[in-house]
Design a binder for this molecule. Structure first.
Ligand SMILES: Nc1ncnc2c1ncn2[C@@H]1O[C@H](COP(=O)(O)OP(=O)(O)O)[C@@H](O)[C@H]1O
Ligand SMILES: [Mg+2]
Length: 375
């Protein structure tokens, strides 16, 4: 990739360049570096939500479908700020820019958009959209002449090779809140919407996920796959779970069942053999195959749940209306455990999804008490 123009531009931009200057000078070169031509770029793209426009929408032309003419099905949105806006250090201005980008990504004319960028040319961050879930694909990087090449190449590589799957850890520090029930039912619900899920039983001490489907845990398969990195085990690892729907057709999701060996070895031993990122690495091969990868996690902040949260793009935290403790524990996950993993991963992930109630019956009084506690 020839980034010499972009280098020059970045070097020449005044330190306090306002949005219009960054837009005129930096953005055309950035988009070119990401592989988009002028006819593949629409400035001030109408999002279809009121009068909202996003600064730039881009998409590759396909035959006669020239994006600048058809203005349909954008692929990537870019929200631009001036250098006078501080996008660093999780500032208020950064958060409001991200909020704005997320709103645009979810707007009617942007359904097809899979990526969003926020930048002021000093900072840049790429976000990914999967369905209605938007999560960081990278941290918010400070852009310098030294890392320009690395940063632009990394962004280009992501957007040129989009992953199909969204990886979700179903985790609450508290047990008995519906993690396993949610994992199974979510996979079944998604199957009804023709989405293929892989669910992973990563709670070796209970193996409830495996048992709830009346399957047998394997001996040594998941263990060998993780510890010995035996990729040829993939076929043995996965069990297809099929069941009839109401109209007599078959629905399906796949499962990686629990493994007795993981249980027998115990946590301390495993910690010496496996690093926290191993599950994430190992699941990589499935990300082009499945729409969703759901990891049923163990309760308590120990090795297995840490691996699961590390492996995830987003964390779904089931809580129960009738248990304030499940809510308190959800708060701990959001405030302590997820930031802990974000700190290790250094790519902006994972992030928490909004508080999720597990669907059990609730009285008005319980609902009120919960809302007060959330506030
Ligand atoms: N939406 C729900 N409605 C009724 N019971 C539920 C619901 N969700 C979970 N449960 C019940 O709560 C108990 C704990 O659920 P489980 O999924 O095993 O929790 P966890 O995996 O967090 O330990 C189970 O008996 C399950 O059947
Ligand atoms: Mg469970």
């Amino acid at each position: 990739m020839d980034l010499s123009q972009l280098y020059q531009v970045l070097q020449s931009l005044p330190r306090d360049a306002q949005e219009s200057i960054v837009g005129n000078i930096f953005i055309p070169e950035l988009l070119k570096a990401l592989g988009f031509s002028v006819t593949e770029t629409v400035p001030q793209f109408g999002t279809g939500s009121g009068a909202d426009t996003v600064d730039y929408a881009v998409r590759r032309n396909a035959g006669n479908d020239i994006f600048i003419h058809t203005k349909s099905n954008p692929y990537l949105l870019l929200e631009l700020k001036g250098r006078d806006i501080n996008l660093g250090g999780n500032s208020t201005q950064y958060r409001s820019a991200v909020y704005q980008l997320k709103r645009y990504l979810l707007a009617p004319n942007c359904r097809s958009a899979q990526w969003g960028i926020v930048t002021n040319s000093t900072y840049i961050q790429l976000f990914r959209k999967h369905g209605k879930v938007i999560h960081p694909a990278f941290p918010c990087w400070e852009l310098t002449l030294d890392n320009l090449n690395e940063v632009v190449c990394a962004i280009k590589k992501k957007i040129d090779n989009p992953q199909k799957a969204l990886t979700i850890a179903v985790y609450n520090n508290k047990g008995g809140v519906g993690k396993t029930t949610t994992t199974v039912n979510l996979a079944a619900t998604l199957a009804m919407q023709k989405k293929l899920s892989l669910i992973v039983d990563f709670d070796p001490n209970q193996q409830d996920l495996t048992n709830s489907l009346r399957l047998k845990p394997k001996e040594d398969t998941l263990y060998s796959w993780l510890v010995n990195k035996r990729d040829q085990l993939v076929n043995e690892l996965i069990t297809a779970y099929q069941y009839p729907n109401k109209s007599g057709g078959l629905l399906r999701f796949d499962i990686i069942t629990g493994d007795e060996k993981l249980l027998s070895l115990g946590e301390e031993k495993l910690r010496q053999m496996l690093s926290i990122n191993r599950l994430r690495q190992a699941l990589e091969v499935f990300k082009s195959q499945y729409d969703y990868i759901l990891i049923d996690s163990a309760p308590n902040w120990r090795f297995f749940s840490q691996c699961a949260v590390y492996a995830a793009d987003v964390v779904l935290i089931p809580t129960k209306h009738n248990s304030i403790y499940s809510l308190e524990n959800a708060a701990i996950v959001i405030k302590r455990f997820i930031p802990e993993i974000q700190n290790e991963r250094k790519d902006g992930g994972p992030i928490a999804l909004p508080i999720f109630y597990n669907g059990e019956f609730i009285t008005e009084a319980q609902k009120l008490r919960h809302l007060q506690r959330i506030n």
